[in-house]
Design a protein around this ligand. Structure first.
Ligand code: FAD
Length: 383
């Protein structure tokens, strides 16, 4: 689809596609096997401007729009979803809230090194007892005048053990629910801090997911992002905006599986014909292609609206819901179309199937997207 794309969109698509197909896709199975990200490739993504696509040039970014960003995310995820998560983190989960809520000093300090890839960033909201119900988080920060003292444990932190900076959400008022949460920019501390080994996961294996422990960690007050006790708004606005990015990631994973399957069914012969000659195969191809197309249109539309400064709560949730469920369905169909080989690593669709699944879970589960969409629709059609 290119009817709505300008030259700059086609250019970043080309840059991201070439990098993904030359540097990520050929090694994606190795990354899955070893469970390791390649730091040199992260630096290269920085040099290509991919780690700060939506960050203005004055802060070391590429100064491009959200449409450019989702186009790049699709391409990168078609290569390796774990490395693509670093791009999502730096743009959506760390860069975007800094741009929206940060002071000039904070932007100048934190944005250039995350755009270049010199430093890595993480976003830490979830805890053992607080996932979907993020407002119930417990990790505490006690006001000590010019600094906070942080104590508690966070869970599920992507890139937690390799991050240099963490956008950390803490409780600053124990009786105020969502209104007692503060966002802190934490330079990974040397004292009182530890990151546990990565969780063992079904997919996204090269992307570390860690538990982080804070024991009397001192964070200066200057590191509050936004206002004290107003961090829940930072968390939610960040996630709302990040949904189009996860949707694009899901789309890229799904497209990679589709491209493998559509070649395979034309080569593999049974009953004297290529599998592609059977109408049941064609039905799957049609369903996969339709889902890909619909997901891309929804994602591009939401990104386009965001670039016009319009609210996209409903569009972003619909794009994430649809694209992530489409990715699960498409990778499932691709596995089926490859028969026995679909179940082995040889043709990569089993990895893509595993990688697709989490896009329905992180940054708001499918259930939560449905609740958001229904809430917005009911508001609009209220009688
Ligand atoms: C690989 C991976 C990476 C992650 N990275 C990060 C990260 O970098 N930073 C971070 O902060 N978190 C991260 N997460 C955490 C992720 O955002 C949470 O797992 C997710 O929000 C769901 O929370 P939970 O796991 O506690 O599930 P729960 O909230 O316990 O939900 C369990 C099930 O109940 C459903 N449910 C919950 N409430 C309702 C309701 N009101 N109505 C209907 N159904 C409901 C959910 O949809 C889900 O199906 C990551 C998770 C994974 C798996």
């Amino acid at each position: 689809m290119d009817f709505a794309l300008a030259d700059e969109h086609l250019m970043i698509q080309e840059v991201a596609r070439e990098f993904a197909q030359k540097k990520l896709a050929p090694r994606a199975a190795e990354f899955d096997e070893t469970g390791q990200l390649d730091r040199e490739l992260i630096h290269e993504m920085g040099r290509l401007g991919l780690l700060g696509i939506i960050v203005p040039e004055e802060y070391g970014g590429s100064g491009m729009d959200h449409l450019s960003y989702v186009i790049a995310m699709e391409e990168l995820a078609a290569g390796c979803s774990s490395h693509t998560s670093v791009v999502g983190l730096h743009n959506s989960l760390f860069g975007y809230p800094l741009l929206s809520f940060g002071t000039e000093e904070q932007k100048q300090k934190y944005l250039p090194p995350i755009c270049s890839g010199e430093k890595l960033a993480a976003y830490s909201l979830s805890e053992a007892g607080s996932g979907t119900d993020a407002a119930s988080l417990n990790c505490t920060a006690v006001d000590k005048g010019d600094h906070f003292l942080v104590n508690g444990t966070k869970l599920w932190v992507t890139d937690g053990d390799i991050a240099d900076y963490i956008l950390l959400f803490v409780r600053t008022d124990k009786d105020a629910g969502a209104k007692g949460i503060t966002a802190l920019l934490v330079d990974v501390p040397t004292k009182g801090y530890s990151a546990a080994k990565s969780e063992k996961k079904m997919g996204f294996k090269a992307s570390p997911t860690n538990e982080l422990s804070f024991n009397n960690v001192l964070v200066p007050k200057d590191n509050v992002l936004g206002e004290i006790d107003a961090g829940f708004k930072v968390a939610m606005e960040t996630l709302n905006s990040g949904r189009i990015s996860v949707a694009a990631q899901a789309l890229g994973i799904a497209r990679a599986a589709f491209e493998i399957a559509i070649k395979y069914v034309q080569e593999r012969r049974q009953f004297g014909k290529p599998l592609a000659a059977f109408q049941l195969t064609q039905a799957k191809i049609a369903d996969m292609q339709t889902k890909l197309h619909a997901a891309r249109l929804m994602i591009h539309h939401a990104a386009w609206k965001k670039d016009r400064g319009e609210g996209i709560i409903e569009e972003a949730s619909m794009a994430k819901l649809f694209a992530s469920e489409a990715a699960t369905a498409i990778t499932h169909m691709a596995t089926q179309l490859l028969g026995g080989y679909g179940y082995t690593p040889e043709y990569h669709v089993e990895r893509l199937y595993r990688d697709a699944r989490v896009t329905e879970i992180f940054e708001g589960t499918s259930e939560i997207q449905r609740l958001v969409i229904a809430r917005e629709a009911l508001k609009r059609y209220a009688i």
